[in-house]
Design a protein around this ligand. Structure first.
Ligand SMILES: Nc1nc2c(ncn2[C@@H]2O[C@H](COP(=O)(O)OP(=O)(O)OP(=O)(O)O)[C@@H](O)[C@H]2O)c(=O)[nH]1
Length: 261
């Protein structure tokens, strides 16, 4: 209540208390008005105090909710860090297992590590010539884009099967990475390797990957680079030459093989 209001009320109360005004005709009405005003003021103060209470409790609730939300967020961030680390560990472990087993997990073919070991052994046996062939499936990205990654995986498995089924005993087919395969062909001169690779190219071309829902055959072609190991050559250099020949095959239009010089 402000001071002016209080002064007015004091004045009214003094008038009401003054015995000389007791018989005044407006005395009763003024007294009722005064009491009514006091009651109204009391009610208003109660309402204000209830509203204050509500506001305070709402502030507490809001503060509490913010606190809980922040706590939840911190927990979520921590959990997601743990999950990420767990994924990393799992990945590292799988990688380690894959390395040890020497097997590509998708196709079951020899992995890159195993191919290295194998070629190193072949190089050590200096009495035997050998050739390598690097095979890269043409436009494989289109398969993934058109039919999805899972279908792409199925296609790689089917291609790997076709490759291994077409090889001679003693030949090794491995997955060099992605949609690239490497053949290690013992006791094989470049001409023989070229014949073998031509046969493989035909088989791959004829393979229906059966990915199209309409029943239309899905086929692919491959580009292949071949190189014969040279005496005293590091097998990595032989692979490099096969890779260069493969690039030439790609450049010259794909679906063909090229010999390394
Ligand atoms: N589904 C699946 N796709 C793979 C895998 N590894 C590699 N790829 C895909 O193979 C495709 C390779 O694409 P590019 O390197 O552009 O080669 P490309 O489309 O075959 O074209 P060219 O080699 O130039 O004829 C990419 O779409 C990769 O995602 C795999 O393990 N699974």
């Amino acid at each position: 209540m402000n001071m002016r209001e209080q002064a007015l009320l004091d004045e009214v109360l003094a008038l009401l208390d003054d015995p000389s005004h007791r018989d005044h005709p407006l005395h009763g009405a003024l007294e009722r008005l005064y009491r009514h005003h006091l009651e109204q003021r009391e009610r208003l103060e109660r309402l204000i105090s209830i509203a204050d209470g509500f506001q305070q409790s709402a502030q507490y609730d809001l503060h509490d909710a913010r606190h809980q939300l922040e706590h939840q967020r911190r927990r979520q961030r921590k959990l997601s860090r743990i999950a990420d680390r767990f994924q990393e560990l799992l990945h590292e472990r799988n990688q380690a297992l894959e390395d040890v087993s020497g097997q590509d997990p998708l196709t079951g073919l020899a992995n890159r590590r195993r191919l290295h070991q194998h070629l190193e052994e072949m190089t050590d046996d200096a009495s035997q010539p050998f050739s390598v062939a690097m095979i890269d499936i043409d436009h494989f990205k289109v398969i993934n884009d058109r039919y999805g990654h899972a279908a792409g995986d199925r296609a790689l498995i089917a291609l790997a099967k076709t490759l291994t089924a077409s090889l001679r005993a003693g030949d090794l087919c491995g997955r060099w990475g992605g949609e690239e395969f490497l053949l290690a062909l013992p006791t094989t001169r470049l001409d023989q390797a070229e014949c073998l690779v031509a046969r493989l190219g035909d088989r791959l071309r004829q393979l229906d990957l059966a990915l199209d829902a309409s029943g239309e055959p899905t086929t692919v072609t491959a580009s292949i680079g071949i190189a014969e190991h040279q005496p005293d050559e590091d097998y990595r250099d032989t692979i490099h030459r096969a890779d260069q020949a493969l690039l030439t095959a790609k450049r010259e239009g794909r679906d063909r093989s090229r010999r390394a010089g």
